[in-house]
Each structure stands twice: as structure tokens, then as C-alpha cells.
Write a protein that binds this ligand. Sequence first.
Ligand code: PLP
Length: 388
Amino acid sequence: MRFNTKAVHEGLPLDPETGAVTFPIFQTSTFQQETPGVPRKHMGRDLSYARTENPTRTALETALATVEDAKYALAFASGLAAVTCVLNTLKTGSHVIACSDLYGGSYRAFTKVYAKLGLEFTFVNTTRLEEIEAAIRPNTVLLWLESPSNPLLNITDLRAASEIAKRKGIRVLVDNTFATPYLQKPLELGADIVLHSTTKYLNGHADAINGALVTNSEEIWQELKFVQNACGLIPGPQDCYLVLRGIKTLPLRMERHCSNAKKIAEYLSKHPKVAKVFYPGLPYHPGHEIAKKQMCDFGAMVSFELRDDSGTAYRPFLERLKLFTLAESLGCVQSLICHPPTMTHASVEPEARKKAGISEGLIRISVGIEDVEDLIEDLEQAFEGISS
Ligand code: PLP
């Protein structure tokens, strides 16, 4: 079955009890048992308490596994709850290698929460495979990758990085939030775990916070499922329903997101007031050839720097925009724009931002599905209001 059909059908079971074509929201905290200790069964799962199992969550997990072509998926209260789940499976003293250019909230969880609890982290430029090799220690258990990365759209060769990790028995996790399963399937490239902030493209409408982990390994799934329940990292059924609804239109939205982003990246790259554009679809992007190999399109996140000596023009530029909403987050139908150093990556220390290449004037766009001509006109009128 092909992706569009899967997104609409296979991942979205009818409710077996009622035949409802839209999967119901099971807004309940617990389930009646007819005799003590023998829970009812629904879609093959035991229904005892809704932290452990909830049918709306099961339906979402089925859909997530389906679109990633994976055996198992788990849904979480947020992308960061999914991050928490993975880190909670590790033993004190374990070492994690992560890309230096990654989502600021993941970096904050690593350095401010889990380092204190005895996990060790090394941040490297994972686009340079030799940096991954050099960082491996006897206690390294996990390689944490983001490709395309947030906010610089760096591309790591997922297959080659996974091969390096595999040779040393190190598990590989790929945060696939920017690419989505429509554009990239990290499990097929050698990853063990895929992480999503499903708050973003999978939901697509900026109306739910949600996360996911996906794997083909029963052993990993059991470990993660145990922590999901033991630590109560689960999403509510209403949010599961919203993400389920979003998945049905993921392919359609992604096609429009990507084609709009390509045009905006080209427009920005020719603009006299723009110094640098970060977008893997541009032929001069250092990860362009690898992105072509491992993704089926280049995504809809575009970052850029203004050609501006004062380093402050980003502020009036952002304030002048009318169609682009100045807001954190990404992956929804409307275009969003943000200034990572003061917004999404404010929790990353200035030194670490500098080391990762995140300049103080960086602007990040999440290109929506509007008419691209309107988006370009809005950018143009904002450029007109700033001096170069
Ligand atoms: N991973 C990436 C790449 C993200 O961009 C985000 C949020 O922006 C997260 C994880 C965390 O997800 P959430 O905000 O759903 O907790």
C-alpha cells in the first residue's frame, strides 16, 4: 500500500465496536472489569487503566507505526516527554553523543536535567562522521541525531552514522520531526528509534502538543513502553484524536509545504539583503547530495541571516511581517517565523549556540501552505522596511 492510502486507511482503524469511521475519543480514566483482575480487551489490548492503555492512543500508535513502516509506536504528552522516556531508559554513567545543532529543549533536558542525574553528553558536528567516531567511549550507549537539524538544517548521513554506531553496539535515535515519515524513514537507514514532536507536521494544525517514539525492535519497544506507563508520560485522548486527524492529510500538506519552501529559499538566496540561506534543497547546501539520497524532498524549514552590520535588523524585519506569525513551533498550515537565539534556542548558552553555528541574527521560517506569492510579497515588504 502506498503512503497516501496508508495515511487515510491502514493507520486509521474503524472503531471495532461501533464501526464509527472517525475513531472515537475515549475520554475515560478507567475501565469496568466484570470480574477482578480480568480486564476487557479492545483492539488486542487489555483495558484496565487509561494511563496504561487508551483506545484512542492505541489508534494513534497504530497510525504512527504505519506511516513510519515500523512495527511499534508509542505516543507521548509532548516531543519532550518522548525525549524524557528515552533518557529514562538509560543507566547512570551512560554516555550519549548528540549533534551540537539540535532542538534547544532537548539540549536543555540533556544538560540541565539528565547530566545532574549522572548521564554524560558530548555534542559534536554529526555531519562530520569522524567527530562521531572520535567521541565514542566505552560507556557510549546512544547516538542522538537530528537531520535536518533545528535550526540550521544540517544534514547528517544517517546510514553512515548508524553504521559507525552499530559497529560499537551503540543505539541510534533520529529526531525526525523536521522531515516527517513522508520525506524520510530513518529506521530503513539504520536507526533504532525515531522520535517525533507530533505537535508539528504530523498534527499540522497547531492545536495539540504531542510526541512519538517508533521502533522495529520489540526489546526497545518494551523498555520504552514500561517507562511511558511507569512515569506517566502519556498524552490525553483529545490530543491523540487531533494528531490522528492530522496524519490523514500529512502527504497533501507536505507536498505543498515543500514546494512553497523551495520557492521561498530561492527567493531569499537571491535577495540583496540576505547574507546566507540554510535550506538543504539549495544545490550549494553542504548536505544537498546526502539529503537527495535519504529524503524524498527537502522539507519546509528555511533559516537565513540578514546582511546587516548592526546585527539587530532581525527585530524590525520580524515586527513588520503580516502573514508570517512570529511564534515558536513549526509544521502547521500557517507560516511561522522565529528568532531562535531569543525564542526556540534561548535555553542554549550563547557559547554553545556560537559553537553550533547559530548566529545572533538567525531567522527561522516554518513555511506554511498558503499561496507562496502572498508569502513572498509579505517578506518583500518587510525587507523594504529595513536598511541593509
Ligand atoms: N524535537 C524537535 C526537532 C523540535 O523542534 C521540538 C519542539 O520544537 C521537540 C523535539 C520537542 O517537542 P514538543 O514541543 O512537542 O515537546
